[in-house]
Ligand binder design. Structure first.
Ligand SMILES: Cc1ncc(COP(=O)(O)O)c(C=O)c1O
Length: 450
């Protein structure tokens, strides 16, 4: 490994970072993380902080999960790769599929299609949704509906159902036939409605309206995150997702739950769909499926949808989709160990308890600092602060000020993530009460410095 002077000098010189302006990365070189233990990361200068980002919503079990590391090493020794394309398989992925089938049985999901990450999982679900309708003789059902503020990765399909201009405009034109409805975002919405239950009903009415406008028989699927994540942690009212499920079922529209963040315990429930008592037709997973230690994902498929594919005798159900790394044995071994550890530690319980502690602490900060316009969370370990320069007018904060809060918080002991006007927190689910206090006191220091 090169020495730290070399690394600092060359930081961002020969690589472009995702979700960053290349010139900005050159002018403001990224923090170089060189090691991690438990829920803490250490940078190139030896500064150690609690990682309130949890890698990128994925390191649910922290950075020292020995069983996953051992499983990866053992699998690399035994069988480092073999494809699952037609005609071959591997032992690890067969075992994983049975485990996932057991784990997701309460969600009604019984088959897995493997991917290399979240965007791949979204792309897979969108494609299989269209194919499902074609198999059933309803090939005109090609459109997709989704929520504004939703995040579904960056493939063309995912970007097309994405609800944020930052991920769309530079890459337009996107996929035709993708339409968006307002998110159940109480702080800002076109209805000027701050009551979550009323807003949920208004958004559901907007969904009904859009379906009527497009024609139900032209729509393949509705895709949503059970709790919107990257869009700024927006938990809907408890009636929202069940309402979406009912509307979709009534109109023959498939429901895709994008659980790239919420599957495997983050909301305090084992899946976001289960959190709201909903069974989706497809569920996109990735991230925490391997604790972030190996790029891997799975689209889980409902039994009823699986039956349609498996009973086809016309050839229409032949799947012309897949990735070289679909069902990668090392990813499968990592996922098997990760799932066992996730269940052994019963992380939902800690996610719920620490999530409440964090949310309460953030609300206390909002009582102290006017710059905090909105505090969102209350459903496990995903929280956000939306900053404003004028609380009454809800004027979005400028980049420099929010950057200062982040920088001072980092110096004080916690890595938090900034996305637009939001400070987003998605720490590992094994966080302790003391770690939560460190995140809160670091943020307190960040706001006090303004
Ligand atoms: C809900 C959701 N879907 C899809 C993705 C895309 O996943 P990936 O970055 O692994 O492609 C993300 C990433 O954060 C996500 O949060």
């Amino acid at each position: 490994m090169k020495d730290s002077n070399f690394l600092k000098e060359h930081n961002a010189r020969s690589m472009w970072h995702p979700m960053a302006h290349p010139a900005d990365s050159l002018a403001n070189p990224p923090t170089i993380v060189t090691s991690a233990q438990g829920v803490r990361i250490t940078d190139i200068d030896g500064h150690e902080v609690v990682d309130a980002v949890g890698g990128l919503w994925n390191v649910n079990l922290g950075f020292s999960c020995a069983p996953i590391k051992a499983a990866i090493a053992a699998q690399l020794d035994r069988l480092p790769y073999y494809s699952t394309f037609r005609g071959t398989s591997n032992d690890a992925v067969i075992e994983l599929s049975e485990e996932l089938r057991r784990f997701f049985a309460p969600d009604g999901l019984t088959r897995a299609f493997y991917t290399s990450g979240g965007s791949d999982s979204v792309e897979t679900a969108l494609r299989l949704a269209r194919q499902y309708h074609k198999i059933r003789g309803q090939g005109q059902r090609t459109k997709f509906l989704s929520l504004k503020k939703g995040y579904h990765g960056t493939h063309f399909g995912g970007a097309s159902v994405n609800g944020n201009a930052n991920f769309r405009t530079a890459y337009e034109p996107l996929l035709a036939g993708c339409h968006h409805i307002p998110a159940p975002y109480t702080y800002r919405n076109p209805f000027n409605e701050s009551d979550p239950a009323k807003l949920a009903q208004l958004c559901l009415a907007a969904l009904e309206d859009e379906i009527a406008f497009q024609g139900a028989n032209t729509i393949a699927a509705f895709i949503m995150e059970p709790v919107l994540g990257a869009g700024g942690v927006i938990p809907p009212h408890e009636t929202f997702m069940p309402g979406v499920r009912e509307i979709c079922t009534r109109h023959g529209i498939l429901l895709i739950a994008d659980e790239v963040i919420t599957a495997f315990g983050r909301t305090g429930s084992w899946s976001g769909s289960r959190h709201w008592g909903v069974q989706p037709d497809f569920m996109c997973t990735a991230k925490a499926i391997t604790n972030g230690y190996f790029p891997f994902g799975a689209v889980m498929i409902a039994e009823e949808v699986a039956q349609v594919f498996e009973s086809d005798r016309t050839g229409a159900a032949a799947i012309g989709h897949g990735y070289t790394y679909s069902g990668h044995p090392v990813g499968a071994a990592a996922a098997l160990a990760c799932l066992a550890e996730t269940e052994r530690l019963n992380v939902t319980e800690n996610a719920a308890a620490r999530g409440t502690q964090l949310y309460d602490g953030l609300r206390a900060l909002a009582a102290k600092y006017d710059i905090i316009g909105d505090v969102r969370g209350g459903h496990g370990l995903m929280c956000a602060l939306e900053l404003v320069s004028d609380r009454a007018r809800k004027t979005p904060i400028d980049k420099k000020t929010i950057g200062t809060v982040q920088e001072v918080a980092y110096r004080a002991g916690a890595m938090v993530r900034v996305s637009g006007p939001n400070i987003i927190m998605s720490p590992p689910l094994i966080l302790t009460a003391e770690d939560v206090q460190i995140i809160l006191s670091s943020l307190d220091a960040g706001f006090a410095a303004l």
